[in-house]
Every structure is written in C-alpha cells, then in structure tokens.
Design a protein around this ligand. Sequence first.
Ligand code: RIB
Length: 292
Amino acid sequence: MITVVGSVNMDIVCQTDVFPQQGETVLGQRFETIPGGKGANQAVAAARLGSAVKMVGAVGEDSFGPTLLATLQQENIDTSAVATVTTNTGIANIILHEQDNRIIVVPGANFDVDATMIDQHEELIQRSSLVVMQLEIPVDTVEHTLQICEKHGVPVLLNPAPARNFKTEWMDRVAYITPNETECALIFKEEVEVSLSKYPNKLIVTLGDEGAMYHNGQHIIKVAGFNTVAVDTTGAGDTFNGAFAHKIAQGSTIEEAVQFANIAGSLSVEKFGAQGGMPTIEAVEARLRGER
Ligand code: RIB
C-alpha cells in the first residue's frame, strides 16, 4: 500500500493564446475548475495504475472540498485520512499558454495538515510499503512525517516541488527524491551531473519529454522520454511520480520504474487537466508494446 501525504487542490485553469503583460487584460479561450494538487495528482496516478493508495491531507468545508473527496474516492483512493477543516480548500490558479503553464498555489486547508494529524495516522504510515510526499504542505509536517517513516523503516519518495521549501538535511531520510532540472539546480546549487553522482540510486532528475536521469553508482543513466503531442503538460511530473511509486512499491528496479514512469508521464500530457490524461496500466502497456 502507498500512502500519499500531501496537497489536494481545485485547479482553476484559464487557457490563453496571449499571455498578459503587467497591467494588461487579455481575452482567454477556455476556463475550467478541475481536481488537482500535487499530492492528489500523484495519488490518482498510482491508483489508476492499480496501486492501493491512501491519502493523508485536508480539504475545506466549502463546495470544493466534497467534490475533491468524491473525485479521489472514484479513483478508489482511501480518503478516510483526509480531514475536512474550516480553512478554504487549497486552489491552484493555472494559466495555460502555448503548451506551458504558470501556476500560483494558495495552500488553504493543505497548510492545516500538521504533526498532530500525521500522528493520528502513524499506524497507517507504519503499514505502508512507500510514503509519497511533495512540498505543498507545511515544511514542519514533511519533517515530522520523515521522522515517523524513519522510526518505522518506511521508505519515502519525496517530490521536492515547490523546491524553495526543501531542506538538504532531508537527503539522508529519503529513499528517492525526484526534482526536475530547475528544482535540482535550485536545491543543490551546482551542476545536475554533480548532484546525481553524490546521490546514486536516490536522486532522479526528470527532464520533461526528454525523460529522466539518475546515477547508478557507476555512471549516469539517462532514460529517454517518449515523443507525444502535448495538449496540457500540467501534472506530467505528478504522473511520473505516481507511476514511479507504483513500480517501486511493486519491487521494480529504479531503471524499470523510470522507464515505466516516463511512458505514463508522456501519456498524461495528451489530455486536458492534471488528472485528465493519467493512464491506466493497460494504456502504459500498450504504449510499451508500441501500439499507441
Ligand atoms: O503539479 C501540478 C499541480 O500543481 C496542479 O494540479 C496544481 O494544483 C499544483 O499543485
């Protein structure tokens, strides 16, 4: 069982052909409110591939909260450890422009996920084969969860996004860390290759449609990505993480997990919305066989 300790957001998405300058108003093409949040996205990605997933987090008492809970439940994710609190549900303001995105997250209820809440679910964490976290919940909560995982010998996959809140002393406590290139440079302040060689079989750097890289203890391995027609890249990194977690929890090697996660990530960008294009196991296997 995979436990995701992380954020649940409603994504408020505007698609525009023209990105507004400061002080300018432009007319957009499309508006949608769709489920998101790095935690929820990674939980959905793993669950859709067939993993048993439990989510620890929080939503608000507003109209978004129940909608997001229902979406997670439809994906067979156990939401019994997702609290409903008086703070508003977290939102992400997403501007889609030329197959790229700019995102402002207002954490809301996600910042009510505190150490007490984690302690309430210690037994659940103890029973997990893998705990997955990101950095859209308070840093202290991430740190506390890392301590609990360490106490029970539960491996942690940390996706350090947004990267600003990452603490390098956590490197000893995580089994896997999955920044993209920008996040990696921000965290370690050195060439990506140097960081990779310092953290073999632990640091996996994602490269978008170029795939991902890690160091296997002898040399850097680059696992190529898959060409695809991108409709919306939001959530591609989350799909990679959820798929990687799914394979690692099954006992796959890092190389197998990265290959699989690359395929899942490439499929995810073919549809609109962070969770819209996340593939099933059948879709990943079909792409692996070269069928689509
Ligand atoms: O990684 C994409 C996600 O980041 C979006 O779904 C949004 O909610 C933000 O958390």
